[in-house]
Design a protein around this ligand. Structure first.
Ligand SMILES: NC(=O)c1ccc[n+]([C@@H]2O[C@H](COP(=O)([O-])OP(=O)(O)OC[C@H]3O[C@@H](n4cnc5c(N)ncnc54)[C@H](OP(=O)(O)O)[C@@H]3O)[C@@H](O)[C@H]2O)c1
Length: 279
């Protein structure tokens, strides 16, 4: 799927590095088939020393040498980058952008009309190979192109296809912002343990492993969350006493409101009027 392809990564920052490491560790792409570009010479030196990948300070040179190009710069740097690349893209190029809020239409408007465009929303746990990425096909995407994009993000976790691009803001609100919501849940569980006498270290471990284990159980059994909740909550037991308090505090609707608010903010930042104020 990816073997023999040269993968270019424009923007060797946090997410660029996570992808480079994941691609190499998975064995799907050889380090000599990866090129990274960045405006920072220090970042390029770090990439070449740490991972042995090829580097260049010229985005145009990268595009001329790679058939799959991952755009991993911040949204506010996209306009300058697209102008720079507009004459270098060609038929057969697959561009995969992870820039939050940048639409496939905007990307396509500056690229060669026969190049392929995919928009992806990864999330922070990709850094520990437990990410979830939503992959949204844009213009000129074959099923092999889509499989290639999925294969890249599966190097750092899991990936799903979202065909309706309007839903990418919802993805941003759910899995993009979601890790922060879950950190808050973990912190609250841990605080409760500390308040009730457990040391911070043990309490945090108990809380984090509980969240990790619950998510793993759900993913591995494929069961509905409410079915698993019933396995833990025996009639008249301790868990029901806690669940009742969560209902009283509108826990579920508060979480739903949080995702809705993050989605609304993503839409707001993505509107053309705000294109210069993003992130
Ligand atoms: N980090 C996440 O968890 C996450 C999750 C989902 C989506 N994303 C998306 O991923 C993208 C990258 O995020 P990040 O956190 O990795 O950002 P980052 O650490 O700032 O990395 C971006 C890199 O691109 C460089 N750069 C800026 N303009 C450039 C240009 N014209 N050509 C080449 N390189 C350029 C930056 O250099 P300077 O620092 O010198 O400007 C920086 O080294 C963003 O669009 C973000 O929306 C990130």
């Amino acid at each position: 799927m990816l073997s023999g392809k040269v993968v270019g990564i424009i923007g060797a920052g946090n997410m660029g590095e996570v992808l480079i490491r994941g691609l190499i560790q998975s064995g799907k792409v050889k380090k000599t088939d990866i090129i990274a570009s960045d405006i920072s010479k220090d970042r390029l030196e770090h990439m070449s020393k740490t991972y042995g990948v090829r580097t260049t300070s010229s985005n145009v040179e990268l595009v001329e040498n790679a058939s799959i190009v991952i755009i991993a710069v911040k949204p506010q740097n996209i306009d300058v980058l697209l102008d720079e690349l507009s004459n270098s893209s060609h038929e057969g190029h697959l561009f995969i952008s992870i820039a939050a809020g940048i639409t496939t239409e905007k990307l396509a408007s500056k690229m060669h009309h026969q190049s392929g465009i995919i928009r992806v929303m990864p999330n922070a746990p990709a850094s520990v190979l437990a990410g979830i990425a939503a992959v949204c096909p844009g213009r000129n995407i074959s099923s092999s192109d889509l499989q290639r994009a999925l294969s890249i993000f599966e190097c750092v976790g899991r990936a799903v296809v979202i065909k309706n691009e309007a839903l990418m803001d919802v993805v941003t609100g759910l899995s993009g912002s979601g890790p922060a919501f879950v950190f808050l849940v973990i912190e609250s569980l841990s605080d409760a343990g500390v308040q009730l006498g457990i040391s911070r270290k043990e309490s945090s471990l108990l809380a984090a492993q509980t969240v990790y284990g619950a998510a793993k159980m759900l993913l591995e059994t494929g069961k509905h969350p409410s079915e698993l909740k019933d396995i833990v909550a025996t009639p008249g037991g301790t868990t029901f006493a806690g669940l009742k308090m969560l209902e009283k505090g509108n826990f579920r609707s508060t979480i739903m409101d949080a995702v809705e608010a993050a989605t609304a903010r993503s839409r707001e930042l993505g509107s053309p009027l705000n294109s210069r104020k993003k992130e």
